[in-house]
Design a protein around this ligand. Structure first.
Ligand SMILES: C[S@@+](CC[C@H](N)C(=O)[O-])C[C@H]1O[C@@H](n2cnc3c(N)ncnc32)[C@H](O)[C@@H]1O
Length: 262
């Protein structure tokens, strides 16, 4: 989505920022336990005002969030009663910095060394061409050995706007050549707010742990390649729908909003 879309979303609030969750995302606590990441430097691209940054700050050496819209950053500090000092585009608090910047423009010097990237509602927030730019930026900003906890949602029928449906095959197509990809979670969520709002036939939230082995080869981030993967996934979705329904995982008439609509 273009920058204006996000400025407008934060200006309007309410439904327009319903991606914000009040809780700590369960995948975060399960798959990035404090004891394994003590002393890490954690990068949170497209951070919004996520409380997950507070979870990481408890044990990380430093958490670096990146957010385009200043209003979201100010709300983060205000909502959490945290003091901060502003140095240009850097909002600095104890062991936490939020950069007010376009993530795609950052250099490794801007963020410093990174051990863990946490992506929730970032990769899925962008249409294909922008998404590939985002992946280039993540790859440029992280050293070999860095890990990434990545959440995506997969649903059908697909929508032409954020959050985009991203299946495990697409994650593999983007990252598997250069990263180890461990598919940790696939949670069917019939009560997710998007299901009711858009009449979705299924929605699955996926969690992955990636570990970087090498830089991504530029030719693998070609939009044509990924459009073909998207077609393949849509064919697979029809089979998945039959499986989900057949296994009774999708109760008929199920309603109710998910606490954090992605
Ligand atoms: C869907 S929200 C997700 C926020 C957060 N990750 C969460 O889980 O609540 C995407 C966020 O990315 C921000 N954003 C969009 N494009 C960006 C960019 N190019 N650079 C930095 N932030 C961006 C938006 O303002 C918005 O706050």
């Amino acid at each position: 989505m273009q920058a204006e879309f996000w400025f407008d979303s934060w200006e309007r609030g309410g439904f327009h920022t319903s991606f914000h969750r009040r809780d700590i995302h369960p995948f975060v606590e399960t798959h990035t336990p404090g004891e394994r990441f003590v002393g890490s430097r954690v990068l949170v691209p497209l951070c919004g005002k996520t409380n997950d940054m507070l979870y990481y700050r408890q044990f990380a050496r430093h958490v670096i969030g990146v957010e385009l819209v200043e209003k979201a950053i100010l709300q983060f500090f205000e909502d959490n009663g945290l003091d901060y000092v502003q140095n240009g585009s850097r909002f600095e608090s104890d062991r936490l910095t939020i950069l007010c910047a376009d993530f795609m423009d950052l250099t490794p010097e801007d963020v410093g060394p990174i051990d863990l990237v946490y992506d929730r509602a970032a990769l899925v927030a962008m249409p294909l061409e922008m998404r590939l730019n985002y992946i280039r930026a993540v790859d440029r900003l992280t050293p070999v050995g860095a890990q990434q906890l990545l959440n995506t949602i997969e649903y059908d029928p697909v929508l032409p706007s954020a959050p985009f449906s991203i299946a495990p095959e697409e994650v593999a197509a983007y990252y598997a050549d250069a990263y180890d990809v461990d598919h940790l979670e696939a949670v069917v969520i019939p009560q997710h707010g998007m299901v009711r709002r858009w009449g979705l036939r299924f929605l699955i939230e996926h969690g992955f742990m990636l570990k970087k082995r090498q830089n991504i080869r530029p030719e693998l981030l070609d939009p044509h390649l990924h459009m073909a993967v998207g077609d393949m996934v849509r064919a697979r979705n029809r089979r998945l729908l039959e499986l989900v329904e057949g296994a009774g995982l999708w109760p008929k008439g199920c309603e109710g909003a998910h606490p954090g609509v992605a």
